[in-house]
Design a protein around this ligand. Sequence first.
Ligand code: BEZ
Length: 259
Amino acid sequence: MTATAADSRTAQRWDPGRYDRNARFVADLGEPVVDLLAPRPGERILDLGCGHGVLTRKLADLGCRVTAVDASAEQVAAARDLGLDARVMDGQALDFEAAFDAVFSNAALHWMSADPDAVIAGVARALRPGGRFVGEMGGAGNVARISAALVDAFDRRGLDGRDAFPWFFPAAEDYARRLGRAGFAVRSMELIPRPTTLPGDIAGWLETFAESWLLRLPEAGRSAFVDEVRTALEPHLRGDDGIWRADYVRLRFAADLPA
Ligand code: BEZ
């Protein structure tokens, strides 16, 4: 679930073990997108931004012929260990022609922030006529509190927090317009606030998902940065029960190419 390594704003390391500890919920909560995809046995499906492949494996187990791509070689290696056809590929430069019945994407498109229209154009090329694009990503307002705390902590260091912002969280109208421009008919488009229980401390989330911010700081200052962001977020995202909940907002959609 990675953007191109060439884009320094999104550059981060994807350690499958760390990802599994701190981000297993990403695949667990992906079931509604699979339901929206309604995969049929034998269908050719591209999983765009497959991460370590746990959800891709489910599609394969449903009898689909799945190809998975991700920009992270480490994640692709983990997906291959699950027996999947997984390839390292930048989602902004997809290299398929009319090869799939459906393109599926869960929690990955927001990382392909440098050129979202190139992603959509590549998906349209990859699909056969009548093919469908079904996905879920962070939408407008996603991780707003976390983002604000990161930007503030950057600004306090004299760095440009806005410039460091690595993600693409579009409004429903914005993404629908982009899909329409690429020839898709939007079947459904929903913005869904989904406060998300984290498996542990927000520090684990920051180290896993906000590493591109940390990598811009001198190594010696990173743990103080995480502590500072954690302190700012605690009153908002940590419940009286001690559990951290991230302020996720999902944009879930289905769109079809003409037959
Ligand atoms: C998300 O899935 O919403 C997300 C993941 C990583 C960073 C920011 C948001």
